[in-house]
Ligand binder design. Structure first.
Ligand SMILES: *Cc1c(COP(=O)(O)O)cnc(C)c1O
Length: 420
């Protein structure tokens, strides 16, 4: 099941959208399939992957971590070294190039924590496209640094004030915009979910991760037992896993957000959680965290990128067949893993990626030394100082914020003068 069958991955997937969105989705599918057979397009993509994203990203042998844990050889795919700091740029660049090929000059995107918005804004800046990012008003307020970065890249950030004013509402607003402007606009969706053909498109543009890993592991003669990735919507995991799906080995392990515990509202475990149900939301059929009336439940995770009630349909299907094993890591386990790899390998994992790191710490000691496991470090943790500083150094962080505020107030006249 390395790709969809007419938009479906067994019982999951599909294209459950209003009539007005069928045409743009169908056109996108045709254009995508043509582009992937066009050697000029693939060449352009591979050049920009090399020169702008910085591919290929290294596969690092985690020597000290391996020695400490005393089992399987641990390798880390350093996807966080991609330009903009995470894997999301792979998809954003791919879709923006595709949009250009389709003659569209305007890109819209949804974003929750802001990472996909930042990646899309950067891709648009690079490719000379007009960019509008929809973001819930609540998220705009919570994620000011990312809003400011998107604006630096020249994007317009539109605060969405409907519903709960978060990611779900931003998606609805983006779909509405697309339905109104299908001829000029491409909707650059950020993870391996949504209506067909998005799960196939996002997987293909992220599959560069897995293709590189396959080559890098072969060059080093690794006997790979397992690939481990964190799983929000599922784009970094499915891209990492994709060249291996139809093979028997290695084991493919996806790690969901275990939050603070197994209770409803305490995590974002769509495959392993208590409130996990089949459902149809935002254009696709998959596993969701839903209440008995089919309404989305609140989720919780220390990592914004994993904090979502839905999961990509291909992941849900491969979870059900057992090809992908699902597990979860608690917030506290992710924080410990972040510290462990920073201290022992000099690699600062993003909070999301630290969930994969946590699973590696559990699994490695149970395996023999001649086996290898590979963690996908989907992003780097620089962006997470607003989460880690208050946890690791609460008092100092508070003093820092107070001092920053005072400095801002003291310099207010200067800033005001600059604006004029
Ligand atoms: C967004 C994000 C994720 C989660 O999204 P997926 O689509 O599941 O990959 C994971 N890691 C990082 C660094 C992210 O920014």
């Amino acid at each position: 099941m390395s790709q969809s069958n007419n938009g479906f991955f067994n019982e999951f997937g599909g294209k459950y959208v209003a009539e007005v969105l069928r045409r743009p989705l169908d056109e996108l599918e045709v254009a995508f399939n043509e582009a992937m057979k066009d050697s000029a397009f693939l060449e352009e993509l591979s050049t920009i992957q090399r020169d702008y994203i910085g591919r290929e990203t290294p596969l690092l042998y985690a020597k000290t971590a391996t020695e400490i844990l005393g089992g399987a050889q641990i390798y880390i795919k350093l996807e966080g070294l991609a330009n903009t700091g995470a894997h999301k740029i792979n998809n954003a660049i791919g879709q923006c190039l595709l949009a250009k090929r389709m003659g569209k000059k305007r890109i819209i995107a949804e974003t929750g924590a802001g990472q996909h918005g930042v990646a899309t804004a950067a891709a648009c800046a690079k490719l000379g496209l007009d960019c509008t990012v929809y973001m819930g008003e609540v998220d705009v307020r919570r994620q000011q640094p990312n809003v400011s970065t998107m604006e630096l890249y020249g994007a317009k950030v539109k605060a969405v004030t409907s519903g709960s004013r978060t990611l779900k509402d931003a998606v609805n607003e983006a779909m509405r915009d697309w339905a109104a402007n299908p001829d000029t606009t491409h909707y650059c969706l950020g993870s391996a979910l949504g209506p067909a053909p998005f799960p196939d498109i996002v997987r293909e543009f992220q599959s560069v991760i897995g293709k590189e890993v396959k080559k890098q592991a072969a060059e080093r003669n690794l006997d790979v037992e397992a690939l481990i990735a964190c799983c929000g919507g599922g784009s970094n995991s499915i891209g990492f896993f994709s060249p291996f799906i139809d093979e028997k080995n290695p084991r493919l392990i996806a790690v969901e957000a275990g939050g603070i515990g197994p209770g409803v509202g305490e995590n974002a475990s769509r495959m392993t959680g208590n409130a996990s149900r089949d459902g149809i939301m935002q254009g696709y059929k998959s596993r969701f965290l839903l209440d008995e009336d089919g309404q989305a439940l609140p989720t919780r995770s220390i990592s914004a990128g994993l904090d979502y009630c839905g999961i990509g349909p291909q992941l849900a299907a491969l979870g059900r067949t057992g090809r992908i094993e699902f597990t979860s890591a608690l917030d506290s386990e992710a924080l410990d893993a972040m510290k462990f790899f920073a201290k022992n390998e000099g690699v600062l994992f993003a909070m999301e990626s630290s969930h994969a790191g946590a699973e590696a710490i559990k699994l490695a000691p149970k395996l023999p030394k001649d086996k290898a496991i590979i963690i996908n470090m989907s992003g780097r943790g620089d962006k997470d100082i607003f989460i880690t500083c208050p946890v690791f150094r609460p008092d100092e962080w508070k003093q820092f914020l107070v001092a920053e505020l005072e400095r801002l107030e003291a310099n207010k006249d200067i800033h005001d003068a600059k604006k004029m």
